[in-house]
Ligand binder design. Sequence first.
Ligand SMILES: *[C@@H]1O[C@H](CO)[C@@H](O)[C@H](O)[C@H]1NC(C)=O
Length: 471
Amino acid sequence: MEYSKTAKRNRTLRRILVRGALQKPRILGFIAVSILLYTWFSYTRDKSKLPPPSYKRLWKWQQDLPQHNLNLPFPEGRTGRYLKFSCEIKQLGWNNVFNELLMNAHLAYETQRAFVFQDYFWKDEYYQWPESRSYWSTSYWYPMQTPLNALISGPTAGGPWAPGDDTPRSVSNKYWKTVCPSRERKRIYTRDIKPAIANSPGDEIFAHWKKIILDTPERCVEIVPAPRKQDNYPQVFDLWLWGSSRILPLWESFSKSPVSQLLDSSPIVKAAIVRNKFLFSPRDRAGWTKNPYDRMMAMHIRRGDFKEACLNLAYWNSTFYSWNLMPSLPDPLDMPLHLGWNTPAYNVAILERCLPDAESIVDKARRAREEYLGSLGSQEKNLDIMYLLTNEKGEWLEEMKKALEKDGWSMIVTSSDLELNSEETDVSMAIDMDIARMAAVFIGNGWSSFTSNIVHRRFIDGKLPISMRFW
Ligand SMILES: *[C@@H]1O[C@H](CO)[C@@H](O)[C@H](O)[C@H]1NC(C)=O
């Protein structure tokens, strides 16, 4: 009994061992192939795609801003005055977020409170590393964030005000939670304020809020949004305002504000541009130039999914966006309503301004160059470097570049020619904007907030209206 049991166990054991031996090569083979595949995948992946940035150092830098200190004297520190816009738009394109952020900072400045800045929350579709947001990662449950200081510099993002200006410096959302705990906040609800000033000119909206905040004695003020059901755009300065000429009366104070005057591009953006500057250096002797941007035209060409967006704009009779409506600019939009709203002719007319074809683009570049050079008088006249801000790739773009070359553009660089590291890739829209800001001439899309924010910076830099064109 004992013996046969052992024998049986031995037999089983042998069977397992024999089978195992037979399987061993298969297991070894499997392991070998896995290693090969893994190496190959990580090799190709490393080469074609950078990992997402962690911003470890920048997050820490932001957290360590000197104003994040409870012991500072009034109007900073624990007795200081703060203004937080919980109603700020989140998870929309950077440029819709950006213009609102600046105007909120301007309101905080005018009410002598520290602006509480929010980092940039990505709209999922726009985040450049969708594969890092797998169901199994923690980030799947939260929108991805980019520190504000990766995108911009200046007092809005916590930088100093001008010497002698004792307005409290902007603070991070994290510090706000410490310095203004929930029980110490005076909450102002947008639903109580906005209805009285709906459809008012921008300066009246601004003055109305300014008075309310100045009349609020509490140290910590939070602007709380109405629920989405009540107000789809519960911002203090909402999309209805940005998308209409009601914004224009705000230009006077906004453009003079230190929020505009001290706004700067972030070190990450600047570094990327310096690293890629050789792309813009003319190769011929005669073309020598100290500043290639003096000889550059930048064009914002958005295509791809844009046709539908343009037809939507046509349907809603949308005017140009925000600062693109400045009356001094040479290419205003005359709504072609005489063609009959929503007729094919009307849509074609809008598409010509919103989604120009290759031939019109080359034509427009030529005319804009002539008019700009004509305005220079006796100064050195040269405009032959072209930078294309575009999401377009492939044949269409190649054809376009050929046509531009034939038309006298001696050097043509596009967004995808820039070599960028992880952090720079994350903020590539801000890099494109900064090149367009510096270029001698810029042609953009009048309905675009991207274009409008470039126009804002160009006006602040003292660029002339003739150098800011629209399709
Ligand atoms: C656009 O304007 C036309 C003419 O004023 C008007 O008939 C039409 O209803 C408007 N469209 C929309 C969607 O408001």
